[in-house]
Design a binder for this molecule. Structure first.
Ligand SMILES: Cc1ncc(C[n+]2csc(CCOP(=O)(O)OP(=O)(O)O)c2C)c(N)n1
Length: 806
């Protein structure tokens, strides 16, 4: 593919006095925020602190080239960039340090994430997209080292799609012809993570405009580079990625000292200009970086840094060097800088105070409300003194916490257990009002609440006519994906063998030829960054379908799906969304790594994602149509042995939907309910037929959707009729069958309708052994299902259902 090049832009080195002095002040204020932030943690006002001291100057340089519409995927050292861009204010920085649970105070995470975890708000309060071209975008930071890398692949790659796909040109709130750069930042030690290398390779292959900065302070907490990487030098190691002069294949690699202001500015200008114009990615290895306060508030770096190193860090502190340079260049006299520093110290401290005041005021008001109620109750209470103690304890707290109010309130109610004081009800009512508020503060937005929530997608039934052809399962999917790609230009599909081959089971066969290499593409074998690619694209307004070739290999991507994708909407309290569709296939084929069904592992680690397990390709197509109309992320596990089975192609293949969270009754019955999903549906139906032959009338229910699970209580309805239930799947014992049991028996209240003990039937606790016999004795089979149901009936009526086989 031939790349188009944009006209060269010119950037003036910011060597005018005003700008240099502004840079110094921002860097100094940022340092003060680190110093004061640390103090706040050590004095007990905040729980934990991690700061960007030592990395200020490089980030000042980065801010000069970071434009609106660009994206950042960095980590907890990036506060100076955020301040310099005006994307986070000092007060917001301190609000997050205090865990101020209010989106107005901490727009990044509404107090849900620890400090220095930044996120811009891509969404309006109703969940719709804002104009990202008006924002300095920051994908939501995470703590696991290196986990900013996978989505960086997609954030950068989106620019390539926006530049080269004509059908996307109208999406002007997301891109201007793909001119946006994705800025990454990572610590030197985190470059030892496998995902770093996977992402660097993927971005290079995709020719995506990323500028990745590596802040190299020589350590990962206490561990030196000697233990982190070969040759102790990451840019040396990366040399193989460097592009040859005159070519566009590979990276531009720079190494620059973290205290050298003009060199930093020049490097960032050059790297970013090329990335923006030519879509050549750049790696900037920022060396000689210091960490004046040590890694975090958890420890002291004096324990592991030598005296010489500590002295060197003082001498080469980037602020000190910048100051020396400013004075030496005659930009400003030392006295002037001293004056700035005095003013800025005051400014930061006053802003900190304002953040503390804003954080504590509403909590103190709540304490006062409770104290007033206790005052009202106490005079007539037997435990007046104890109540007064609770009140005093709350009123005198240095760091007021809502947790302490909740604890004190319950203590008071326990003391008042036997008292008949009318005001007691006031206290109970106050508590009742708080519960939903706390739910909103800490538990809201796990899934979309917008009009496009998957739960709001209306059901459109498949339409069949005399002309509807009977085709192979894969052809159903093929027709569905064709319709999706035709209808929505934002849809792009990719994965291993998805492009030229059209996936290993032909779901995308012929679609690359029809829609082009950028809409339907092959990827390397790199599951983690396939998902990261999709997350990044979805964050930038596209609708990726990312394929993981087999369910067993989802485990490679599970960390990022769990830590990033599943938590994204929740950890930003509705500030960001990544509506991507993960497609995979599994449950039953042959061999240890093609037959797994680790569904409990997935559903427990992926709360925040819809997990759908269609029994055939028509149901799968309906789920794809539903997910594409929604803004929730979803994982669809297709039935691996269903591609060659025949199904009738609905006339409205691109339109019909299968609602999430709604089971389907596959066979009606009155004696016992058999609940299952996926590939097990067929064998459970077979078992039900055998049960019929011995006079047992089984109802078979296909759950279809594990997350969300049976939102209308359809399974309970069945149980009220049969009073007996078995949950069947191919997961390990105690896996997704136990989950379904809890949902129905505990949450839906199914226990009240049981006349026999509920049962679960799963695979063996080991992986499935190879071959037909291995499968038969590893996974539930028709005979086992029959016997499990029959034994329940035998217990009910031994005469009618004698044990004829043992
Ligand atoms: C996956 C993972 N492993 C371990 C940690 C604990 N941890 C937090 S920061 C850190 C060191 C990171 O060093 P580096 O990448 O050089 O960044 P720096 O903090 O020095 O800027 C470690 C080991 C973590 N957060 N995530």
């Amino acid at each position: 593919m031939v790349l188009k090049h944009r006209e060269k832009t010119t950037f003036q080195l910011p060597l005018d006095r005003e700008e240099i002095l502004r840079d110094y002040r921002i860097a100094f204020q940022s340092r003060q925020a680190s110093v004061i932030g640390r103090r706040e943690v050590l004095s007990g006002k905040a729980k934990f602190g991690i700061f960007g001291d030592g990395k200020e100057l490089a980030q000042i340089a980065m801010a000069k080239v970071f434009r609106k519409g660009d994206f950042r995927s960095g980590y907890y050292r990036d506060q100076t960039l955020m301040f310099a861009l005006g994307a986070v204010s000092l007060q917001e920085f301190f609000a997050q340090l205090y865990a101020h649970a209010d989106v107005e105070a901490d727009p990044s995470t509404a107090g849900r994430s620890m400090n220095a975890h930044f996120a811009s708000r891509s969404l309006n309060p109703d969940g719709s997209w804002r104009n990202l071209m008006e924002l300095y975008n920051s994908s939501a930071d995470m703590s696991p080292t290196g986990s900013q890398m996978p989505r960086l692949v997609g954030l950068a790659y989106a620019s390539r799609l926006y530049r080269h796909l004509h059908e996307l040109q109208h999406l002007t709130q997301f891109s201007h012809h793909g001119d946006e750069v994705a800025f990454g930042a990572i610590g030197n030690a985190s470059c030892a993570e496998g995902v770093f290398w996977e992402a660097v390779n993927a971005v290079g292959v995709l020719m995506a405009p990323m500028v990745l900065s590596i802040w190299d302070d020589g350590y990962g907490i206490s561990v030196t580079n000697e233990h982190q990487m070969v040759k102790q030098n990451i840019s040396e190691l990366l040399k193989g990625f460097q592009r040859a002069p005159g070519t566009y294949d590979g990276y531009d690699i720079y190494s620059v000292r973290g205290w050298d202001y003009p060199a930093l500015v020049e490097t960032y200008v050059q790297a970013t200009e090329t990335a923006r114009r030519d879509h050549v990615p750049a790696l900037i290895h920022v060396v000689e970086v210091t960490q004046p306060q040590g890694h975090s508030t958890s420890g002291s770096h004096e324990r592991y840094k030598s005296k010489e190193r500590l002295e060197w860090e003082q001498e080469f502190d980037c602020l000190r060097k910048f100051r020396e340079w400013i004075v030496a260049q005659g930009v400003a006299a030392a006295e002037m800088l001293d004056q700035f520093e005095r003013e800025d110290k005051l400014l930061v401290e006053n802003t900190r105070k304002a953040a503390w005041e804003a954080y504590t005021r509403p909590i103190r008001e709540e304490i006062q409300e409770v104290a007033d109620i206790l005052d009202e109750i106490a005079p007539g209470a037997a435990h007046a003194a104890a109540l007064a103690q609770i009140k005093d304890r709350l009123l005198s707290a240095q760091t007021p916490l809502r947790r302490d109010i909740a604890v004190g309130l319950r203590e008071a109610l326990l003391l008042l257990k036997d008292e008949r004081i009318p005001a007691k009800q006031v206290l109970i009512d106050w508590k009742k009002r708080q519960d939903p508020l706390q739910g909103e503060r800490y538990s809201s937005h796990l899934y979309s609440r917008s009009a496009e929530s998957a739960l709001n997608v209306p059901e459109i039934k498949p339409v069949y006519s005399e002309r509807s052809p009977v085709v192979h399962g894969f052809e159903i999917l093929n027709a569905c994906f064709d319709a999706m790609l035709a209808r929505d230009p934002r849809v792009v599909a990719f994965g291993e063998d998805v492009g030229r081959l059209g996936d290993v089971n032909q779901g995308f066969a012929g679609l690359q030829a029809k829609y082009g290499e950028l809409r339907v593409s092959d990827t390397g074998i790199r599951e983690t960054t396939i998902i990261g690619q999709a997350i990044g694209l979805a964050l930038r307004g596209l609708r990726p379908i990312a394929e993981i070739q087999y369910l067993d290999y989802v485990l490679y991507a599970l960390q990022i799906m769990s830590d990033d994708l599943a938590t994204l909407h929740w950890r930003t309290k509705g500030g960001q969304k990544a509506p991507l569709i993960v497609r995979t296939r599994g449950h039953r084929l042959e061999g240890i790594w093609h037959s797994g069904s680790p569904m409990a592992g997935l559903i427990h680690l992926l709360r925040g994602v819809h997990v759908l397990v269609p029994r055939n390709m028509t149901q799968a197509a309906g789920f794809y149509n539903s997910l594409l109309r929604s803004d929730d992320p979803g994982l669809v596990v297709e039935v691996l042995n269903g591609y060659r089975l025949k199904e009738t192609l609905p006339d409205n293949i691109g339109e019909f939907t299968v609602p999430v969270g709604v089971p389907e009754v596959l066979r009606e019955g009155t004696d016992i309910t058999l609940v299952t999903y996926g590939a097990c549906c067929r064998i459970v139906l077979e078992a039900a037929e055998r049960l019929r032959q011995v006079g047992v009338d089984a109802e078979v229910i296909d759950v279809q959707s594990l997350l969300p699970f049976d939102v209308h209580g359809g399974i309970l309805e069945s149980l009220t009729k049969t009073s007996r239930i078995v949950f069947i799947d191919e997961d390990v014992p105690g896996g997704a069958t136990a989950y379904m049991l809890q949902e129905v028996i505990e949450k839906q209240g199914g226990y009240a309708w049981l006349d026999s003990p509920p049962r679960t039937l799963s695979a063996k606790p080991h992986r499935p052994a190879y071959g037909s016999d291995g499968d038969y004795w590893s996974k539930p089979n028709v005979e086992q299902i029959f016997e499990t149901a029959y034994e329940i009936m035998h217990e009910v009526d031994p005469a009618r259902y004698p044990l004829f086989y043992r």
